[in-house]
Design a protein around this ligand. Structure first.
Ligand SMILES: NC(=O)CC[C@H](N)C(=O)O
Length: 259
């Protein structure tokens, strides 16, 4: 079956693009590192790809607000291409800085550019938090987490502005619409209400959300950092059936192949 072409969007300050490309290679995709300037210049077009990923990093040095400048750039110069990509139902994944970009364009939670309803704020600790965290996978229509509902996954979080925040009306809408895909959890799977299990103070321990279609996903922890068993700090002692991040990329590839 043909490998889906994966656009891994990068710009100045992006630093998780190569490991994200590796994760999609492992999952059976055909990753392409695409600089935003290539899209702006028309050298490449989003329509040439079946999956779009905005990887982690410090785009434009996190100036103003993590992910803000890239979000404004996408909204200002690539709005039509991006909205068409989403409206065609193609999978979109934002990891960490990519999640920040998606909420600051409005593509999350409502898949509408310009309809900004949530944010990712500075961590309650006031500093960069970098540690492995447990995530409980919620039962949603998200195409990236098919077959994972109820699972307790272990990923690395590494961010300064990861606190998910929105007003009570939008929070109820996201919860009632089953758009919360991942919650920070304790090692026995309970929602993490306190630091450090909840590394940033996110409302309702929210670590990742999807749009109502389940095809746009953003999360703060890094699934691309656990697609080989040896990437886990405990890999010699803990018996993992498979690396916890791999199914997320494989689900995206399978979905794109079935479109
Ligand atoms: N790993 C990342 O993508 C970090 C995102 C962003 N630079 C922050 O610190 O919050």
């Amino acid at each position: 079956m043909k490998k889906p072409r994966v656009c891994i969007l990068r710009t100045d300050g992006t630093n998780c693009d190569r490991e994200t490309a590796y994760a999609f290679e492992r999952a059976g995709g055909e990753p392409h590192l695409v600089h935003v300037n290539q899209l702006r210049a028309g050298e490449k077009k989003l329509t040439e790809y079946q999956i779009l990923v905005i990887p982690g990093g410090f785009s434009y040095g996190d100036d103003v607000h993590s992910g803000k400048i890239l979000a404004v750039e996408l909204t200002s110069f690539l709005k039509e291409q991006l909205q068409e990509f989403v409206d065609r139902g193609k999978p979109v994944l934002g990891i960490c800085n990519g999640f920040q970009v998606l909420v600051r364009t409005g593509l999350l939670p409502a898949a509408r550019i310009g309809d900004i309803k949530t944010t990712l704020m500075h961590n309650n600790s006031g500093r960069f938090e970098c540690r492995w965290v447990y995530l409980r996978v919620e039962n949603t229509s998200c195409i990236f987490t098919r077959g994972l509902a109820g699972r307790l996954l272990h990923f690395q979080a590494a961010h300064g502005e990861g606190k998910f925040y929105t007003d009570s009306q939008n929070l109820s809408k996201i919860e009632e619409g089953r758009q919360v895909v991942f919650r920070y959890a304790t090692s026995n799977g309970e929602p993490a209400t306190v630091y450090p299990d909840n590394p940033n103070g996110s409302l309702n321990a929210i670590a990742g959300i999807c749009d109502p279609s389940g095809r746009v996903l953003g999360l703060m922890p890094h699934p691309e950092r656990f697609v080989d068993l040896v990437q886990h700090p405990n890999w010699r002692r803990q018996q993992f059936r498979e690396p916890h991040g791999l199914p997320i990329f494989r689900n995206a590839v399978t979905f794109a192949q079935e479109m």
